[in-house]
Ligand binder design. Sequence first.
Ligand SMILES: [Zn+2]
Length: 264
Amino acid sequence: MKVSPWQSRIHRAQELAGQHPFAAEILGFYVHVARFQEELYRRLSTALQSPAASVERELAASELSELSSRFEVFLGVSEAHGPKALAELSRELRARGCDSWCELLQTGWIAPSPSNVQELLAQLFLQPYAELLRARAPLAPSHTAYALCPFCNRKPGFGVLRQMGDGGARSMVCSFCLAEWEFRRIVCPGCGEENDKNLAVFTASEFDYIRVECCDACKTYIKSVDLTKNGRAEPLVDELASAPLDLWAREHGYAKLQSNLLGM
Ligand SMILES: [Zn+2]
C-alpha cells in the first residue's frame, strides 16, 4: 500500500522525537496536526469540487461553511495536544463560535504571512486546502528569479537540496501550499543578493544535513534540508526538529525569512 505524504511525515516525526528530546513536544503536536490535515484534505477533495483553483482571492461562502465546520474539530485537537499557550488560545477561540471562525479563516487565507498566533493557527488549519487547490491547478512555470511561491505568492518556509549530476540542486518550498520550485543556490531568497561573500552557510554536527543559509546583506536566513546527505529526511519535519539551529541563527543576528506554521 502506498504511504501518503502525511503518513511519511508522521513516521519521521515519531522517529526524530525519539532522537531529539528537545523537539519531542512540538513533533508530538505535529503528529496530531498531520493526522487531522490528512483527513481534512481527503474530506475537502470530495466536499469542495469546483471552486476556483487559486488562493489569491477570498474564500467563497460554500468554502467557508465547509471549512468552519471542521475548524472546531481542529481547535479541539490543538486544545488537547498543542503547547500550553496554543491550547489555551484554541479553547478561547472554540468558545467564540462560528461567525468569528469564518472571519479568522478569511483573514488567515488572505494574509501573506500570519501576523499573530490566531492567524498562525488559521493558516495551519488552511494549509491542506491551499495544497489541494494547488494540486488541482495547472502547473505554473517556475519563476526561478523570485523567491515567492509561483502558486500562492508566499515566502518559502525552507529549502531542499536534491541530487542533480555531481551536486545538489536547490529548490524552495512554499510555507503555505507546499509548492516546490527550483531556485539558484547562490542567491539569497530574501533580497536576491548574489555576492557569495555575503552568503554564509552554517551547519551543526547534530544536524549535519541541514544548512543554515544566511545573508549578510538583508540579515535573513532560511534552512535547507540536504537530501543528498540524508535521504531519510522529510524536509518539513526535519526543519521543525532542528529548532536549535533557529536559536543559533537568531543569536547571531539573523531573522528567519518566514517562520514555519508551528510558529518557529
Ligand atoms: Zn504557495
